[in-house]
Ligand binder design. Structure first.
Ligand code: HQG
Length: 184
């Protein structure tokens, strides 16, 4: 994301994924907000906020976190919600392995009870170790789990792929997890 809009983009995440009520708006069942309404309400907190700024944030966000509807009248977050929104994603066959980055202090608990979605709608999985390492680093000293998604798929677990390339699933049992030994 463009550094100068970092604050605004983080706020957009808060509104579109977790708490639209902080600016007094609601999302529809599929997570969409009306662009005009959103801008009007964000302007109360960030008076310089504009459609141009919103378009720039959506276009340049480093994780492609947001998407406009086809007619550009609505906007939503592509993933990461804690709100119960229906993103209408279709089940997908995952690659044989995916990765989950977390903090070392969570490892014991994860090996005991598996990966849980915690406050979000899904457990988030990355296609590569590099991305998973960035995700894990947000929480502390990173540790990477390899997920045997092939075995999970064969066992009937469902996977979705968000519009911005994040793999989503309901939970990952400990038997499908192994710690990746990182070469440093
Ligand atoms: C951990 C960011 C203890 C889990 C990222 C994680 C991602 C457990 C934390 C997206 C556990 C939840 C999501 C268990 C899971 N015991 N800890 N049994 N099961 N955990 O932020 O995956 O930048 O909700 O390992 O890039 O870190 O916001 O999930 O550490 O795609 O767009 O509980 O958020 O994207 O943390 O991140 P989170 P996450 P954005």
């Amino acid at each position: 994301m463009i550094e100068k809009y970092k604050k605004e983009s983080k706020f957009l995440s808060l509104v579109l994924r977790h708490h639209p009520e902080v600016i007094g708006i609601t999302l529809d069942a599929h997570g969409w907000a009306e662009v005009n309404v959103l801008i009007k309400h964000i302007k109360r907190k960030f008076p310089v906020f504009s459609l141009k700024m919103l378009e720039e944030i959506v276009a340049t966000d480093n994780k492609q976190r947001y998407a406009f509807s086809e007619d550009n009248t609505r906007i939503r977050a592509n993933q990461g919600h804690s709100l119960a929104v229906e993103l209408e994603l279709l089940p997908q066959i995952p690659p044989d392995h995916l990765y989950h980055g977390t903090a070392s202090r969570f490892v014991e608990s994860i090996l005991k009870s598996g990966l849980q979605k915690q406050t979000r709608q899904y457990v988030h999985l990355s296609t590569d170790i590099e991305t998973a390492t960035k995700v894990g680093s947000r929480h502390g000293s990173p540790i990477i789990f390899e997920v045997n998604t092939k075995a999970m798929h064969q066992a009937g677990f469902i996977f979705y792929l968000s519009a911005n390339g994040v793999w989503l699933t309901d939970k990952v049992l400990p038997k499908y997890l192994s710690v990746v030994e990182l070469l440093v």
